[in-house]
Design a protein around this ligand. Structure first.
Ligand code: C2O
Ligand code: CU
Length: 458
């Protein structure tokens, strides 16, 4: 194995001498899942032991032109299995990275070759999909940026990854990933919020235009973000351009959600432009940029919609199949029993099995799909959140749209945040064959039961 590793490393360094895109076949870039060290907090604290792609958290940003082919060989140098899920990409089912559904988990020292094209421009991400609460909490994620051929003109195009770490006094990751109190409540919430800007940015000028690509990679925390000293519009959600860009001051991102905003720096020289996390008790500054002058006297032209992606929006929902999803469980949920691995269990028995949430009375992956539809058919899923917590439902492989009470449709999304005791309905027309998981992206909730799947037949 060592020998293989060494020759792969040599291959990887040879690659850096070649142009970034379009190198000849045979040289597949490697993403190595391994442990590493990161200065998460500050120089006064020890480095944090993390797990990351190529030993970094976030892992390397993958940035490609629209319609590009991405090939990455995942090399597992962890002491446990892993996989990579390419979140939000309309991908071939076999490349979706869900262990036990689309592939076998990659064992320690094993590898798996991911190979797919990215049909849609936008802001996506990749992350582990095995023992996911722990593996994402330890840092196994990165940005996947797909560039429009005719992207809007900006002075800086910055990826902003926002994470929520649970650290001890020595800045080390709290290794208890299976606290019942976390499962039954809002999940594993951290105590150290961090925004990573790629490329790094410290200074801006008044009237400069920025594209900020926000990605919430927190396992369980909903991020409410405030933008200060800048003004602009949301141009994309979960990778997909919105039809009409909407003004943004506050941004709410559930776990896994993304938003692209285009903003102009409005603050004056000597002031700061900031990204803040708005908590219940306090606002925390996640990024602070010095405004060091004026880029131009006049403000920038109007912010236009991004070019559309080659994806169909919902046409009609008439005649669509309707399958409801009932969410139950958690603390203050009054769950009496649920089915787990085919057996009816009391709440106590469920907790003993690490389960506490149910979809339609079943905890964990059910044997049969929530719904089965064929290509071109439309599925409506009313989601009834009969629990005391918010949930962020994510569908793999396809984007969906919300159906509002007045019959209109929301923007294309791959993850929807549903507040406690709320009912929301989504719908999509099946366009991608395969078995696609549909789960809560508050990953502690997923691990504790909130997982199902839909089957799309060709
Ligand atoms: Cu981003 Cu199934 O997850
Ligand atoms: Cu949840």
């Amino acid at each position: 194995m060592n020998l293989t590793r060494r020759s792969l490393m040599a291959g990887a360094s040879a690659l850096t001498l070649m142009p970034k895109f379009g190198f000849a076949s045979g040289n597949v870039e490697v993403l190595e899942a391994r442990s590493g060290k990161a200065q998460l907090v500050s120089a006064e604290y020890p480095d944090t032991e993390i797990w990351g792609y190529d030993g970094k958290a976030p892992g390397p940003e993958i940035r490609v032109p629209q319609a590009a082919r991405i090939q990455r060989k995942l090399l597992n140098s962890l002491n446990e299995p892993t996989t990579i899920h390419w979140h939000g990409i309309r991908i071939d089912n076999a490349m979706d990275g869900v262990p036990g559904v689309t592939q076998e988990a990659v064992q320690p020292n094993g590898e798996f070759s991911y190979d797919f094209t990215v049909p849609d421009a936008g802001t996506y991400w990749y992350h582990s999909h095995f023992n996911t609460t722990e593996q994402i909490s330890r840092g196994l994620y990165g940005a996947l940026i797909v560039e429009e051929p005719n992207a809007p003109e900006v002075d800086h195009d910055i990826t902003v990854i926002v994470d929520d770490w649970r650290l001890d006094q020595n800045a080390q990751i709290d290794p208890d990933f299976k606290q019942v109190r976390d499962w039954t409540h809002g999940g594993r919430l951290g105590n150290f919020l961090k925004a990573t800007l790629t490329p790094a940015l410290n200074e801006v000028k008044q009237n400069q235009r920025l594209r900020l690509r926000f990605i919430c990679v927190a396992t369980d925390r909903v991020m409410r973000l405030a933008l200060v000293g800048m003004a602009g519009k949301i141009v994309a959600l979960d990778g997909m351009p919105v039809d009409t860009p909407t003004p943004v001051e506050m941004l709410t991102l559930g776990p896994a959600q993304r938003a692209d905003v285009i903003v102009d720096i409005t603050g004056a020289t000597g002031e700061k432009a900031m990204i803040g996390f708005v908590g219940r008790e306090q606002t925390i500054v996640l990024a602070s940029l010095d405004i060091t002058g004026q880029a131009s006297l006049a403000p920038r032209p109007e912010i236009m919609p991004l070019p559309a992606n080659p994806i169909q929006q919902l046409g009609t929902i008439e005649g669509a199949q309707i399958t409801a999803l009932n969410m139950e469980g958690g603390a203050m949920g009054g769950l009496q029993s649920g089915i787990y691995k085919g057996k009816r269990m009391t709440t106590e028995e469920l907790v003993q099995n690490g389960q506490i949430w149910t979809f339609n009375g079943v905890a964990g992956m059910p044997e049969s799909p929530l719904a089965e539809i064929s290509l071109g058919e439309t599925l409506r899923i009313p989601i009834i959140n009969d629990t005391s917590f918010a949930h962020a439902m994510h569908l793999h492989g396809m984007h969906f749209q919300e159906i509002f009470a007045d019959g209109s449709f929301g923007p294309l999304r791959d993850t929807i945040l549903i507040e406690r005791q709320e009912t929301r309905e989504i719908a999509f027309t099946a366009s991608n064959p395969g078995d696609w998981v549909f789960h809560c992206h508050m990953i502690s909730h997923q691990a504790a039961g909130m997982m199902t799947w839909v089957r799309v037949t060709a």
